[in-house]
Design a protein around this ligand. Sequence first.
Ligand code: ATR
Length: 268
Amino acid sequence: MKKYLVIGNPIEHSLSPTIHNYWMKKYKLTDSIYERKKVEKKEVGNIVNQIRNDKLIGVNVTVPFKKEIIPLLDEVDNVAKNTLSVNTLYKVEDKIFGYNTDVPGFNESLIDVDYKNKDIFILGSGGVTSSIIYSFINKVNKIYIANRTKEKAEKLKKLYSYSNTQIEVINWGKKPTVCDLVINTTSVGLKKDENLDLDFKDYENNNDVLFYDIIYSPKETNFLKEARLRGNKTMNGGMMFLNQAKIAFQIWTGITAEIDQEVLKLLD
Ligand code: ATR
């Protein structure tokens, strides 16, 4: 049996097994199985060793290990190097490689959105935020970041100090002038009743602005619900999630999986 895994902590909510097992069945990889495993920090090295010994073929990495797994790997791709974030592991010619498929997955989700030279407001500075910022640098006019713990936002600004795009850190609870794209990368909203408690009254009836939440379950967080009721455009993290999975699946199997109606339904 070829075994694949997603590791993280917590991990119960992850739909990665559902998606990958669906594709494995669809593309007749009957010798493959994808599971989830909650791991502690001290166990992460053991997971990497299992890839080395072919006990595991491919692994997805999620919160909180995307950064701390990097020193355990032999090589990482260019995007992972820049973002300090790895979400996909695979052995290539005896080397354990780390890839970042969050960035291309996120870019793919924005394929129909014109954000060139626009202003972006990013909420949060957690594990995935560096990938979101990296997708925008040198493409947009300005990026504002706000995080409850301001130092983490300052760190991200520093990480991209080489970029041509201006990055400004905003105090949590404060807002920049009206932006074209407002993105929630915090974990607030994963539980249905959670709310960011930020005031977006100045976005009332503004149908040009897109509010994007990288959370895909629940489908509509309060952040998105309020935006919809205000008259803004909204998008959840479903397409980013499916596209990062699609790219990981391609790395592991060489198969370009289709994001079909069935797979979309699996997110419900
Ligand atoms: P980690 O903090 O380990 O990177 P994460 O899930 O990747 O975990 O990130 C959680 C993000 O949600 C962080 O930006 C976090 O803010 P802090 O850096 O201040 O912790 C944010 N977050 C979580 N709960 C929050 C809350 N109640 N209000 C505002 N932001 C919150």
